[in-house]
Ligand binder design. Structure first.
Ligand code: PMP
Ligand code: GLU
Length: 398
């Protein structure tokens, strides 16, 4: 009999977000009228100029291997865009292209953490973080933001979680799933703690272009030179340019970390697809109007969703400042019976909501935020209304 798979692999839970969006897509393909708020990906198409650049790259036979860290043209375009958008100063040898920001997060953890190291994660957090930390044999340490603090952790909470085993702190602002954005002052306070302990900071800035209400965005890497040295900034083209399927993400870090990440990638994946890298060059260097147009659409959808949701009896949400997620508090239903089932958690509620009302959402237990459901508003206004109509009916008729 064949031996078991590795202990690390056996302990990995599959991605709930990907599983739910796959299930909703399958239900739709089967002719079921499901409305999906599961997928965390823009519903917009990749801008035309970017698609053309990908096609042109194939025609120009840009179809061969590239350096493991990615093509120089893309690394240069990233440095320019990051300077312009986030006031971050990096050189091309400090940039590593990876197969999506997810892969960038993974490479960062694998390169910085040894088995047994602790990684402090601001919770609620994107569910893949904890699994990736475990895949490195490291230990996730959750610091729970309070709802009363707008789901943002404080410097005191961070300080209390750090031990001599702590190697890294992971922060995602705007956050998936809360949508909250840390202010410059809040980041400075967190940075001071990280500087004191000399730990790496993984700053997942993937939603940096999606902020609302005219607030300005600060990357934690920009708050001090010491922070820049300790930071690994993760970003990518998936969310800002509606390019989730192209699989291009990147990191900005000090040159030692960047070199190690490129070596790691050179033996595992190699660089992402060459034509996708060329399309990414165009996304960053070409016209940026579509980024703003998509951002404005998301803001309108957020306003509408939040306003209507807060009028529905039994549920509520705070108004997120960025990304494209709303966390709906459904705790008032815990312990109640709906459609003959006792609701014990967000998982029960989400399952019943999908089964009875044909609405797909993500239970936030997966994000370390029990009794909330995540709604992604990366879907049309029409679908948003359809989903909320169904929510009203689902609750009223339970
Ligand atoms: N970070 C966060 C917080 C995300 O929500 C996502 C979405 N998948 C990613 C990273 C990864 O994005 P991608 O791999 O599509 O570039
Ligand atoms: N990050 C997105 C989400 O949270 C995409 C799905 C995934 O990659 O997990 O839904």
């Amino acid at each position: 009999m064949v031996k078991p798979i590795s202990k690390i692999a056996a302990a990995i839970a599959p991605s709930v977000t990907l599983a739910i969006s796959a299930k909703a897509k399958q239900m739709k393909a089967d002719g079921i009228d499901v409305v999906s708020f599961g997928a965390g990906e823009p519903d917009f198409n990749t801008p035309e100029n970017v698609k053309e650049a990908g096609i042109q790259a194939i025609r120009d036979n840009k179809t061969r291997y590239t350096p493991a860290a990615g093509i120089m043209e893309l690394r240069q375009a990233i440095c320019k865009r990051m300077k312009e958008d986030l006031n971050l100063d990096y050189a091309p040898n400090e940039v590593v292209i990876a197969s999506g920001a997810k892969h960038s997060v993974y490479l960062s953890i694998m390169v910085c953490c040894d088995p047994g190291d602790e990684v402090v994660v601001a919770a609620p957090y994107w569910l893949s973080y904890a699994e990736m930390i475990r895949m490195a044999g490291a230990i996730p340490v959750e610091v729970h933001a309070k709802a009363s603090a707008n789901f943002k952790i404080t410097a005191e909470q961070l300080e209390a979680a750090i031990t001599d085993k702590t190697k890294m702190f992971m922060l995602n602002s705007p956050s998936n799933p809360t949508g909250m954005v840390y202010t410059k002052e809040e980041l400075e306070a967190l940075a001071a703690v990280c500087e004191k302990h000399g730990i790496y900071v993984l700053a997942d800035d993937i939603y940096c272009n999606l902020v609302y209400d005219g607030i300005s965005y600060t990357s934690i890497a920009s708050v001090s030179p010491a922070m820049k040295e300790q930071c690994i900034v993760v970003n990518g083209v998936s969310k800002s340019y509606a390019m989730t399927g192209w699989r291009v993400g990147y990191t900005l870090s000090n040159a030692t970390v960047a070199k190690a990440m490129a070596s790691y990638a050179s033996h595992s994946t190699g660089a992402p697809a060459t034509m996708a890298q060329w399309a990414a060059v165009e996304s960053l260097e070409g016209e940026q109007d579509s980024v703003e147009q998509m951002r404005q659409q998301f803001e309108l959808r957020r306003n509408h969703l939040v306003e209507r949701m807060n009028k529905i009896e039994g549920v509520s949400c705070i108004k997120p400042q960025g990304a494209f997620y709303v966390m709906m508090d459904m705790s008032s239903f815990v312990g109640k019976t709906m459609y003959g089932h006792v609701i014990e958690s967000d998982l029960d509620f989400a399952e019943l909501f999908l089964e009875k009302a044909l609405v797909a959402t993500v239970p936030c237990t997966a994000f370390a935020a029990p009794n909330f459901l995540r709604w992604s508003y990366a879907t049309s206004m029409e679908n948003i209304d359809k989903g909320l109509d169904r929510l009203e009916k689902f609750i009223a008729e339970a």
